[in-house]
Write a protein that binds this ligand. Structure first.
Ligand code: 2AM
Length: 200
């Protein structure tokens, strides 16, 4: 049986992707080359739920379960602003942009999580923390070099990058390749008054 690695995410509009890409270029020029794997413009997204490896035949059922719950949630706006680091600025591994307000998108993530639970996926054991990952610190960066990377990120903290209208969520397939992941949309599911998602 074929398995595929999947996740459910919100897409980012082309304009906002452009702004984020400019920010990434600016920050990347100030940290040692190769110290961070920056997210490619085409791959920028806001993850709602990581599903991991699933049997490919389940994709249809996932789309149907999402259809059932998301059709009742009205579209809403989010602002992308600020930057931060997981798990901490002392030992950063993930570099992210903030998402505001947290409430609506957390509710959306909870609905998605519930829908996936009904299909037998494990519920999230940690509260949803809305963020848009823009970079991952390479494993081979020494611990002593980590705070300097965090300092660059925090020094270049953006104000509001822009608003995105959340009208749909996308089920993605993720193929991990040495050159970087390839994300392929498998299904778009509209919110209550959602229109077709923005083209990448
Ligand atoms: P992130 O944005 O929080 O980093 C596709 O791989 C997306 O799924 C990533 O953007 C990542 O979300 C999330 N993801 C990848 N591997 C994961 C894992 N093992 N556990 C949870 N989320 C994961």
């Amino acid at each position: 049986m074929q398995t595929i690695r999947c996740f459910i995410a919100v897409d980012i509009s082309p304009e906002i992707k452009d702004r984020i890409s400019s920010l990434i270029s600016h920050v990347a020029s100030q940290v040692p080359r190769g110290s961070v794997r920056w997210v490619e413009r085409v791959n920028l997204h806001l993850t709602l739920k990581f599903l991991g490896e699933i049997q490919s035949v389940r994709a249809n059922g996932i789309q149907k379960a999402l259809d059932l719950v998301l059709g009742a949630i009205p579209a809403f706006d989010l602002s992308i602003a600020g930057a931060g680091l997981f798990p901490s600025a002392r030992k950063p591994r993930i570099i992210w942009l903030g998402i505001l307000p947290a409430h609506d998108v957390s509710l959306l993530a909870a609905k998605v999580d519930n829908a996936m639970q009904s299909l037998g996926f494990e519920p999230e054991d940690r509260p949803f923390s809305p963020h848009l990952t823009i970079g991952r610190v390479s494993r081979d960066v020494s611990e002593s070099a980590l705070p300097a990377i965090a300092e660059v990120v925090l020094k270049n903290q953006p104000g509001e990058i822009g608003m995105i209208r959340i009208q749909a969520v996308t089920l993605y397939r993720s193929d991990l390749r040495p050159q970087g992941p390839i994300y392929t949309p498998l299904a778009h599911v509209q919110l209550a008054d959602g229109k077709s998602p923005n083209p990448c």
